[in-house]
Design a protein around this ligand. Sequence first.
Ligand code: FES
Ligand code: FES
Length: 210
Amino acid sequence: MPEDSPNRRSLSRRKFLRGAGTAIAVTGAGALISTKVNGDATEPAEQGGTAQEGLVDVTLKVNGKTHQLKLQPRVTLLDALRERLQITGPKKVCDRGNCGACTVLRDGKPVYACLTLAVDAQGSEITTVEGFGTPEKMSEVQQAFVEKDALMCGFCTPGFVTAVTAALKKNPNADNEELRRACRGNICRCGTFNRVFEAAVEAAKKMKGA
Ligand code: FES
Ligand code: FES
């Protein structure tokens, strides 16, 4: 097939999108843009103090690893993850508890990382989308999102993968209705809802098979 034939091009594009989908479902890499944020986890001296002023010791356990940080008490878990630990699966979209893109598991329960203070997350097991699997060994939910092509821009995807994972851990027999309820706190601005729930149901089947 010639390099520039339409079939060749569409195959290449499909292959590329499949690869991108895998990266997004596993690491949230779809939103590679690292947003510089308000109230971020760094403490600029230009805010009137020294870089060390008001910092407290914070210990976070994320994806099985323990991290020691020094943070302002007002820093959210989302900023600590993204800005300090470079764990960028959870996305910063609304930063006010409206969209679910920042969803992580706190002791197995989905929470909005943008509404959780890092200091308050101490003592909990935090799991982000990166903690579910790797591109080589994806979880059933991650696999299903890739197979069902359940994403467009990918910003919402880590949140949905996390919410669906939590729902299926709680009830492996969750049906379409229950999975939809579990994702009530997640919004897809691209409108990929049907595929998201196809993926969720497929993941339930895979998990039962496993
Ligand atoms: S970024 Fe946290 S709910 Fe939207
Ligand atoms: S795929 Fe774009 S917001 Fe959901």
